[in-house]
Design a protein. Structure first.
Length: 360
């Protein structure tokens, strides 16, 4: 359970606005945790679905930029007297034989020297939450077309996100991540190497075939006021119909600002479901293997193996995230001996229920 910020006791509660805000956040968090622990996901009507392919290798935790030969972010004129960093056009993550690649959509650039620039790779906890929401809505309504609502504020309310305007507000961030998901192209690739043979197979898919987002009326900071809908591509629709696993959407919302905890939560419930299915009592996973699967990028060598410093930093973040997850999943049983995680079989967080077969 998070500790209250310093200075928010009896005397600090009536102190600075920052202290009062911190106190309010803690009260709200405690209420949220209490509601999660009181009822399971199915009882609370909070079951969501996540695509299986996106748990084998995951989206990045942070913004990804184009980099020059020296590894520095590439900067170009922004058209108004300053500079801007170019967002990455492509991102990839490899986990053993599996590689996830994401190619970003494009948008209008700042000038004639750069008429089109990358819109950016979907990243962070919000991109993951949006993906789960979209997939769940499509599966629940048995339709690849999802109505996003009349305004972006209404859409945020459905996801329990408090809307805020301005250049750095949540409304702008939500719309940005929606556009990134709607315009990206995803490649899944499997490579198997055996003596004398190399097998390579893969598939490209659009997440979304067509989309309509709220138009921006008035000033740059005014809320878009039209409507919104997206239609998933036939390939992606087929994928999520055949291969998803359940999760607790309340916990996904809780970890929206902590993508490491979000990824670990997905990984844990996915792996525990597999262990239950195969009867394995426990599994041991090294930090190097876990790092390859999550969307984090700590210091590693040319072979993708974590450096000593990278492993130390990654291990610290993993243990911190695991403690947060166990705070809302008390049955979770794991150990963290040096350099690895030992996960004991306790069953997934949300039990899988196969779809009902149509009546004859």
């Amino acid at each position: 359970m998070p500790h209250p910020p310093a200075g928010t006791g009896a005397s600090g509660a009536h102190g600075s606005p920052a202290h009062r805000a911190a106190r309010t956040r803690k009260i709200n968090l405690d209420r949220q945790l209490s509601r999660i622990l009181e009822k399971g996901a199915r009882e609370a009507g909070a079951v969501a679905l996540s695509p299986t392919l996106f748990v084998q290798a995951m989206l990045p935790h942070q913004e990804v930029f184009e980099r020059d030969a020296d590894g520095r972010p590439v900067e170009i004129p922004d058209g108004i007297g300053g500079t801007m960093r170019l967002l990455a056009r492509e991102y990839s993550a490899t986990n053993g034989e599996f590689t996830l690649s994401v190619r970003a959509g494009m948008e209008k650039g700042p000038g004639h020297l750069h008429p089109r620039v990358s819109r950016g790779i979907p990243y962070g906890g919000l991109a993951r939450l949006l993906l789960a929401f979209i997939v769940t809505e499509a599966r629940t309504k048995d339709s690849p077309t999802i109505d996003l609502g009349g305004t972006i504020s209404a859409f945020c309310a459905r996801m329990d996100i408090t809307p805020s305007g301005g250049d750095n507000g949540r409304l702008r961030y939500v719309l940005d991540q929606l556009q990134r998901l709607a315009t990206c192209v995803v490649t899944f690739e499997w490579e198997t190497i055996t003596p004398g043979r190399r097998d390579l197979k893969g598939e490209h898919l659009l997440v979304v075939d067509d989309y309509h987002f709220w138009s921006r009326a008035g000033t740059r900071t005014s809320e878009p006021i039209d409507g919104g809908s997206i239609t998933l591509s036939a390939r992606f629709w087929s994928e999520i119909v055949s291969s998803c696993f359940p999760l607790d959407f309340r916990k996904a919302q809780l970890f929206r600002g902590r993508p490491a905890a979000y990824d670990l939560y997905l990984w844990l419930t996915y792996r525990l479901a597999g262990m239950q299915r195969t009867g394995r009592p426990r599994i041991v996973v090294s930090y190097d293997d876990l790092h390859a699967q999550l969307g984090s990028h700590y210091q590693s060598d040319e072979h993708g193996v974590l450096t000593a410093r990278g492993k130390k930093d990654f291990a610290y973040q993993v243990r911190k995230a695991l403690r947060a997850i166990r705070g809302v999943w008390p049955e979770l049983f794991y150990e963290t001996p040096r350099g690895r995680i030992v996960l004991h079989s306790t069953g997934p967080d949300v039990e899988y229920r196969p779809p009902k077969k149509p009546k004859a």
